[in-house]
Design a protein around this ligand. Structure first.
Ligand SMILES: NC(=O)c1ccc[n+]([C@@H]2O[C@H](COP(=O)([O-])OP(=O)(O)OC[C@H]3O[C@@H](n4cnc5c(N)ncnc54)[C@H](OP(=O)(O)O)[C@@H]3O)[C@@H](O)[C@H]2O)c1
Length: 314
């Protein structure tokens, strides 16, 4: 394994999923690191296709890999496209991690997600709570695929000495988010719905669920900064959570989004819709010990995300 700090400068760095919210933030952040950036579209290599992935790695031989490609979505997408979430994410993880090993990548970072932790694990969620209890059923296929990817990273470290690491981001938001009316995450969904209500003069916006679940939100450019920091400074078996360490109820969060968007009507709650996990807050003490903290406040981040929404949906 390479010694620390791990040097990125001058290396060929592959960001898998570069058109996604996380991948594009990584590309923005890497612009200041003097790397030779490699990207691939689905036409270049569908990451579910083992032969295509092998061909691409054999031709390009990236030295560093950020695995930020995945089939991702909110609660509805996760719960209805269960086969796709399992198949795509398993295939992407196995193909890319194995190809990185076979073709001699010096370092790889696998991005998991906070939903790999058990539904009722003690909060804040510590890295060692993975596999200590049942998962949230609505996103179990996605979580199982992500856990398989994490275990591959651990196994390739222990069997082959590969310098591969796992990071677990909390809920993200910001530039490049998906604003699909049904399949988006909560932040993008709320930005879109409050904006549309403001534009149409609607008197009420109804938010799914009771509004009582507590969630943590991290601005995606902060995530990218944390990933670069950990790529350079961390090498170990353990997962590293990436979050702000602070949570907020969905109801309070909805009020922040409404205020940012300039929506002044009522906010209602549709309690017939599922709430998901009651609380999801990451324990970020390991990350703090490794020398990184989030720097964008929720108000500032939502303001930036709303500006991005306005320009991306023009
Ligand atoms: N968003 C969050 O709140 C969040 C939270 C925690 C962890 N994460 C993790 O962060 C990573 C990235 O998430 P994201 O929010 O950036 O997702 P995203 O915006 O949906 O981007 C996913 C990227 O993966 C690519 N991709 C998906 N399937 C592919 C395939 N078969 N072949 C090639 N490329 C494929 C997509 O390509 P196209 O552009 O062609 O669609 C897209 O560029 C994921 O591992 C996710 O688990 C995200």
């Amino acid at each position: 394994m390479a010694s620390l700090p791990f040097e990125l400068k001058g290396k060929t760095v592959y960001v898998a999923g570069h058109r996604g919210m996380v991948g594009s933030a990584l590309v923005r952040r890497l612009a200041g690191e003097n790397v030779k950036l490699l990207t691939a579209t689905r036409d270049d290599a569908d990451l579910r296709d083992q032969a295509a992935v092998n061909r691409w790695f054999a031709a390009k031989r990236p030295q560093v890999v950020f695995l930020a490609a995945a089939k991702v979505g909110g609660i509805v997408a996760n719960n209805t496209l269960r086969a796709e979430f399992l198949y795509d994410n398993l295939a992407i993880a196995t193909n890319v991690i194995h190809a990185a090993h076979v073709h001699g990548a010096e370092k790889l970072m696998f991005l998991g997600s906070s939903c790999i932790y058990p539904k009722l694990a003690p909060q804040p969620l510590r890295e060692d709570s993975m596999l200590t209890g049942p998962l949230e059923p609505t996103n179990e296929p996605y979580a199982i695929a992500k856990i398989a990817g994490i275990k591959m990273v651990e196994a390739y470290r222990s069997q082959y000495g590969a310098d591969f690491i796992n990071v677990m981001p909390t809920n993200l938001y910001g530039r490049g988010d998906n604003y699909h009316p049904e399949y988006s995450h909560v932040v993008a969904a709320l930005i879109r719905r409050f904006h549309e209500a403001k534009m149409s003069g609607a008197s009420e916006v109804v938010v799914w669920g009771t509004g009582t679940p507590r969630r943590e939100f991290l601005y995606v450019d902060d995530l990218a900064d944390a990933c670069i920091h950990l790529m350079k400074t961390y090498s170990g078996d353990g997962l590293v959570n990436i979050g702000t360490g602070e949570d907020i109820t969905i109801a309070e969060f909805a009020r922040v989004v409404a205020a940012t968007v300039g929506y002044t009507g009522e906010i209602g709650f549709d309690t017939s819709r599922p709430d998901g996990t009651p609380r999801k807050l990451l324990d970020v003490s390991r990350l703090a010990k490794l020398g990184w903290r989030a720097s964008t406040s929720l108000e500032e981040g939502i303001g930036l995300a709303y500006q991005a929404f306005l320009s991306e949906t023009k």
